[in-house]
Design a protein around this ligand. Structure first.
Ligand SMILES: NC(=O)c1ccc[n+]([C@@H]2O[C@H](COP(=O)([O-])OP(=O)(O)OC[C@H]3O[C@@H](n4cnc5c(N)ncnc54)[C@H](O)[C@@H]3O)[C@@H](O)[C@H]2O)c1
Ligand SMILES: O=C(O)C[C@@H](O)C(=O)O
Ligand SMILES: [K+]
Ligand SMILES: [Mn+2]
Length: 353
């Protein structure tokens, strides 16, 4: 029997609803496999923890997390309890940085039975590779003066090392897919970092002659995600560009409640982290109607990552078929609860095992 040691952080809001049901289904999948078990260690870190202890996680929190094989996270943030920049940097971004999860991989795919807001979604299926360690998300800067003279400076950081590895990851991924990388730029307006990014795309791209490389300004690219999403294969972008593009991706998929993500540690030195693209959804928390698909699809990405592609496909098909059969939460125009959706996926897992 192989045991997989997973740290679990439900976090805030609907994280506490969609994470537990996902753990149940992961246990069902382990039973179906017969040769593996999951050992889940739950950490109650988040905004409630901050209210009680003055910080988002304990001082040795990172040491504890680094002991585990992978991390499974729900969502972080509750503006009513803790300012968003404190909660995000104290937990989510802290883990991404300290566990060196330098790539954020986010699939965007049309699912049958979902009403996309697009008139002609045309079966789009692409991957966004988001730089996950630097860029516009930087602690370099500061504020000074007050009143009418008050000023804030925020520096964006682009290192050759991080840009190269992100673009390389995207090109290698495109080689396994449909041989096309679209790079998000804004070299017309952002005159140092973006031409630098474009130069590294050209350099790294030489190692991937079969992959078609294309640069597109982020504003036009955002529009094309809406007007012709099926033309994309792999999109690569900086931390902020990738963040925004994947909310557009989630929107064209039909709901942010279904979009998944993997924060990947490339050398295996520290755990990777699997979490949906969405946040804690304070407006629906506690109502039992959160869509569990984004969290479950993130679990599917974890199964692929730890090399159980068959279990991953079984889970994906059960999820996709559940949606196609019309059993879906209100964000997708359905009338079912989180629990009803999960029960149906559970049934389908057992039926197809
Ligand atoms: N990775 C993360 O943990 C993460 C991501 C985004 C936002 N946040 C944090 O979450 C909090 C709320 O942020 P926000 O409102 O900008 O974004 P959000 O993703 O939490 O919610 C945006 C909208 O989408 C809906 N929604 C999100 N997930 C859903 C689901 N699974 N099922 C049904 N509907 C869903 C919400 O009800 C809301 O109307 C903030 O504190 C923010 O900082 C965290
Ligand atoms: O800004 C972030 O990275 C937090 C959240 O919006 C996300 O996409 O994970
Ligand atoms: K999340
Ligand atoms: Mn985001």
């Amino acid at each position: 029997m192989v045991t997989h040691d997973i740290a679990v952080i439900p976090g805030d809001g609907i994280g506490k609803e969609v994470v537990p049901v996902s753990l149940d289904l992961l246990n069902v999948l382990a039973d179906i496999h017969g040769g593996i078990t999951f050992q889940f260690t739950e950490y109650p870190w988040g905004c409630d923890y901050h209210l009680a202890h003055g910080q988002m996680m304990p001082k040795n929190g990172m040491e504890q997390l680094k002991q585990h094989e992978q991390i499974f996270l729900g969502a972080v943030g509750d503006q009513n309890l803790v300012p968003d920049h404190i909660s995000l940097w104290g937990l989510l971004i802290k883990i991404r940085r300290e566990c060196e999860q330098v790539i954020n991989l986010r699939p965007v795919k049309y699912l049958e039975g979902v009403s996309s807001p697009l008139a002609n979604p045309n079966d789009f299926d692409f991957m966004v590779v988001r730089e996950n360690s630097e860029g516009e998300y930087s602690e370099i800067g500061g504020t000074m003066h007050s009143g009418p003279d008050e000023v804030a400076v925020q520096n964006a950081i682009f290192t050759r090392k991080a840009v190269e590895r992100t673009i390389r990851y995207a090109c290698a991924l495109a080689e396994e897919r449909n041989q096309k990388v679209t790079s998000a730029t804004k070299s017309n307006g952002i005159v140092y970092s973006m031409p630098f990014w474009d130069k590294i795309l050209a350099e790294v791209g030489e190692d991937y002659p079969k992959v078609e490389k294309q640069s597109q300004h982020i504003d036009a690219l955002s529009a094309f995600l809406v007007t012709k999403p099926s033309s994309f294969d792999v999109i690569v972008g900086s931390n902020l560009f990738g963040d925004i593009l994947t909310d557009i991706g989630a929107a064209i998929m039909g709901s942010i409640g279904i979009a998944p993500a993997a924060n990947i540690n490339l050398d295996g030195k520290y755990p990777s982290m699997f979490e949906p693209v969405h946040g804690s959804a304070p407006d629906i928390a506690g109502k039992g109607i959160a869509n569990p698909i984004g969290q479950l699809w993130s679990a599917k990405m974890m199964l692929d990552h730890i090399d159980y592609p068959e279990l991953a496909s079984l889970l994906f098909d059960a999820m996709a078929n559940t949606i196609a059969s019309g059993i879906k939460t209100p964000d997708l125009g359905g009338k079912h609860s989180t629990e009803e959706v999960v029960d149906e996926i559970h049934k389908r897992l057992l039926a197809n095992a």
